[in-house]
Design a protein around this ligand. Structure first.
Ligand code: FAD
Ligand code: FES
Length: 288
């Protein structure tokens, strides 16, 4: 059982949770993830590492409520217990001195780029981070991002804050100006990462993206996280989640991501009606 030692809301439907897990934190590296289960019958939820406090053994995850399990996770409070948190899983991001690095985070993807930006800066890279969201209200971790890089650029789709447009347009602008970029690391929605790969390809900039395909066991046994990279079948949970953006088959990835839409909707509808029933039950038992 793992206790939530801190929980806060970063934006509508986006939460940050912290756990005290010294053994896991000691071994974990930027780019890796954990798999958690809320309770015994619960599904296994993969979550990227958003921060590692090595000194105090604290793991931070940041997540968005998108369906049944993440909505349930969002309903938990500080002090609540989870069945388990397993990790670190996946291959860490390869960190070395590349020169000028750009970290691009879209939406909830801002969280996993944070430890990578920090690690790239620590080994002496010049790090620019580009973080973007649909609007100002949904933009997360601005202060942490400033602390983790040399130069932060913000964009919003609706222009409510920073550059009016997509993070990929900001990166395109940097490359078009002829600024030297040696390495790009990015996490975000699949469509954003596909667009990013198209932006950096003509400039031949090494571009690594972290993929979030559907995962079950996280250990390379079930095959759920299969992706095609450079015409080879890879398992994102063990061979990744980082891959060369210029080699990923995005069309297949998009198709696989939508495979369980029907089942996901049924699970969410059941969860909402259970929550409604429980609220009704509490209401009708309240002393008048
Ligand atoms: C390596 C990895 C790291 C991740 N890190 C984060 C993170 O830091 N923050 C965050 O908010 N989300 C992260 N995710 C996505 C998160 O795991 C899913 O949002 C979550 O599992 C959805 O569960 P659900 O029951 O709430 O939604 P569902 O109703 O099951 O699904 C809603 C959406 O989430 C996708 N999804 C469902 N199950 C999974 C799964 N097991 N793995 C990946 N996607 C899934 C579906 O394609 C669908 O589009 C990560 C996923 C992976 C694989
Ligand atoms: S999640 Fe099962 S093989 Fe990757």
């Amino acid at each position: 059982m793992e206790k939530i030692i801190e929980k806060s809301k970063l934006a509508p439907n986006i939460h940050r949770i912290r756990f005290h897990l010294p053994l896991l934190v000691e071994k974990a590296k930027p780019g890796q993830f954990v798999i958690l289960r809320i309770d015994e019958p619960g599904e296994r939820i993969p979550m990227s590492i958003a921060d590692l406090d090595k000194k105090n053994g604290i793991l931070t995850i940041v997540f968005q409520e998108v369906g049944k399990s993440t909505a349930q996770l969002g309903s938990l409070k500080e002090g609540d217990l989870l069945a388990d948190v397993v990790g670190p899983l996946g291959t860490p991001t390869h960190i070395e001195k590349y020169g000028n690095c750009v970290c691009v985070g879209g939406g909830i993807g801002i969280a996993p780029i944070h430890p990578v930006a920090k690690a790239l800066k620590e080994v002496g890279n010049q790090v620019t981070s580009i973080i973007g969201a649909r609007n100002k209200e949904l933009l997360i971790m601005e202060d942490e991002s400033i602390a983790a890089c040399d130069n932060l650029i913000i964009s919003t789709d609706d222009g409510s804050y920073g550059f009016h447009g997509f993070v990929t347009q900001v990166l395109a602008g940097i490359l078009e100006k002829g600024e030297k970029v040696d390495f790009v690391f990015s996490v975000g929605p699949v469509l954003m990462m596909r667009a990013l790969a198209r932006v950096t390809l003509p400039y031949k900039v090494r571009t690594i993206i972290s993929l979030n395909p559907i995962m079950v066991d996280g250990t390379g046994m079930c095959g759920a996280c299969r992706v095609t990279v450079g015409n080879q079948t890879k398992f994102a949970c063990v061979d990744g989640p980082d891959f060369d953006a210029h080699l990923v088959d995005f069309e297949e990835l998009l198709k696989r991501q939508r495979m369980y839409l029907k089942e996901e909707k049924v699970a969410m509808d059941n969860f909402v009606s259970r929550m409604d029933q429980s609220a009704h039950h509490h209401q009708s038992h309240k002393p008048s």
